[in-house]
Design a protein around this ligand. Structure first.
Ligand SMILES: Nc1nc2c(ncn2[C@@H]2O[C@H](COP(=O)(O)OP(=O)(O)OP(=O)(O)O)[C@@H](O)[C@H]2O)c(=O)[nH]1
Ligand SMILES: [Mg+2]
Ligand SMILES: [Zn+2]
Length: 320
């Protein structure tokens, strides 16, 4: 049988078969993806082949299966696992587009986080759209800040959309962007990812919680990434909130190439291998000085370079 992974808990995979039924599957023995050091070899969105397991007659749970092969991925998005610096966690595979959900407060989303996310998506060849949620809840000053961010990121080439999961503002526009595509909601915990999925697809009733409630629970409301079919065509993957977003597999010289507006001017840097740091006659630094490039984007870039260098030193120290 062939199917698509809709949910992964680490030990069980919920697979939707071509017949439209759901199967609870496990992996046979030591199943490892070549070349990917990951805490989870199979992720939501993966196409898999599986064999049905004989079911006990008293067993009322979903039919079970064993996954024995995974299809080649069109793309995938990963983040570094917390605590395990060398391990990566695959968030999802085979995506058409990712939506990064941003709120200014409750919780705050900083540009450093936005930029890290965008670089990761660029590196993995996945289109990102910025969603500014909770638009119903902002003061005039905060709305100005959103206008500023929209201007900044639109100029670079990222589509931005103001939405409200609460009032339904721009939900129709968002649905048009999701139709017939596999899309994913990402962002900090509490920005409203699951609430927005519920607003898009009324028949779904995903668990949501106010941040104050969450703190009492001491955990994120959504705990596993899960894919849902959309009645108007397409699939949405709701994910647990992420705190940080470590970039993986990027050489310092590549990072600047995933800032599209830096990449666009770098042929004007004096040195072809310019890192845009201390080098003379650097077009990126000149652009920041002239204010044609954003200082916040440049700061994010420098921060990412420093973090990557830290990782390299750590690698050398560990002798790998
Ligand atoms: N005012 C307002 N509140 C919203 C909006 N969208 C979501 N919320 C509230 O924000 C809180 C968090 O929403 P969730 O949907 O649980 O957030 P999440 O991003 O799924 O969080 P995790 O699952 O922990 O990652 C809830 O109290 C929602 O009611 C919105 O558009 N406006
Ligand atoms: Mg959620
Ligand atoms: Zn330069």
């Amino acid at each position: 049988m062939r199917g698509t992974v809709y949910k992964s808990t680490g030990s069980w995979y919920t697979v939707k078969g071509r017949d439209g039924s759901f199967y609870e599957c496990r992996i046979k023995g030591k199943f490892r993806m070549e070349g990917i050091k990951s805490t989870n070899p199979i992720a939501v969105g993966d196409g898999v082949s599986f064999e049905l397991e004989p079911q006990g007659s008293l067993d009322e749970s979903a039919p079970q299966g064993i996954i024995h092969a995974i299809d080649d991925r069109k793309n995938y998005i990963v983040r570094k696992s917390v605590n395990l610096s060398k391990q990566t966690h695959i968030i999802a595979a085979n995506l058409d587009r990712v939506f990064l959900m941003i709120t200014l407060n409750n919780p705050p989303t900083h540009t450093a986080f936005i930029d890290r996310f965008l670089v990761s998506a660029e590196a993995y060849g996945i289109e990102s759209v910025l969603l500014f949620n909770k638009i119903d809840s902002y003061t005039q000053d905060e709305l100005y800040e959103i206008k500023y961010l929209t201007h900044l990121y639109t100029q670079i080439g990222y589509q931005c959309l103001e939405v409200s999961a609460l009032t339904g503002y721009h939900v129709a526009e968002l649905k048009a962007l999701m139709k017939d595509k596999v899309t994913l909601f990402s962002g900090h915990s509490g920005v409203g990812k699951s609430t927005l999925v519920n607003a898009i697809e009324n028949r779904l009733d995903l668990k949501t919680a106010a941040i104050s409630q969450q703190h009492m629970q001491g955990q994120h409301t959504t705990t596993f990434a899960e894919m849902y079919d959309l009645s108007f065509g397409g699939h949405i993957i709701d994910t647990p909130g992420i705190k940080g977003f470590g970039i993986v597999d990027l050489e310092p010289h590549d990072i600047g190439n995933f800032f599209p507006e830096f990449f666009a001017v770098k042929q004007d840097c004096k040195f072809h291998n310019c890192l845009h740091l201390e080098e003379p006659k650097c077009a990126v630094k000149q652009g920041v000085e002239d204010e044609t490039l954003s200082i916040s984007r440049y700061r994010s870039y420098v921060q990412m370079l420093q973090d990557e260098e830290g990782n390299y030193r750590q690698d050398i120290h560990q002798g790998s």
